[in-house]
Design a protein around this ligand. Sequence first.
Ligand SMILES: [Zn+2]
Length: 203
Amino acid sequence: MTAAALLCWALLPKPVPAGGTVDALSGTPALQTIIWPREMAPGRAWRFIIIHHSAAAAAPAKASAPGRPEGPSEDGVPYHFIIHRAAGPADGQVTATQQWIEQLDGASGRPTDRPDLGGDGIHICLVGDFDHQKPTARQMTSLQLLVMSLRDRYNIPLELIVGHSEINNTHCPGMLFPMEAFLMDVREAYLMKRIRGGSGEAP
Ligand SMILES: [Zn+2]
C-alpha cells in the first residue's frame, strides 16, 4: 500500500474542526460564504480537483502521517473540503477546513502519476467507505455544486477533475464512487446553464 493509500485509511473517526459548514443544497450563495470567507488567505491559482472518500463511516480528522513539508494547518485535516454523510438534513453538508482557509497544499501528497500538476490540487473528501457503500444523493449534489463553484473561479477544465486513484496508486475514492456519471452530470449542468442563458461557459 502506498503512502497516499495509507493516509486514506489512517484517518481517525473524530469530528472535523470546521473552517465553516453549510448545507450546500440551500443554494450557491450559502456555499460561497464558506468557500471564500473574509478571513481567507490570499487565493492560489488552483489547477485541479481531487475527489477522495474517507474510507470510514465518520468524518476524517487530523492526519496521523507526520512530516508534511508545507506544514500543517491549525486543524491538520488533510483535505480542503469535507462532504458529510449523516441521517437527516446534515447529510451532504459541506465543511471548508482550515487547510482551505489557509490555502495550504492538500496533505494527500503530490500526484505521482501526474507530477506536472504539482501541489495545486483542491482535495475534496466525501465521508463514507465507497468500496462498500455508495455516496448519498445529497452528497453527490453537494459535490456537484462545490465542484462547479470551484472550477468557475479557477478555470479548472473537466479533465482535471479526478478521483484520487487517477493520480496516485490507491483505491480511493472506492469502487462504488460513480466518477463517470458524476462528470456527465457536471457537463449536463453546464449545458443546462447555457441553454437557460447562464454563464455560457463551455464544459
Ligand atoms: Zn484519497
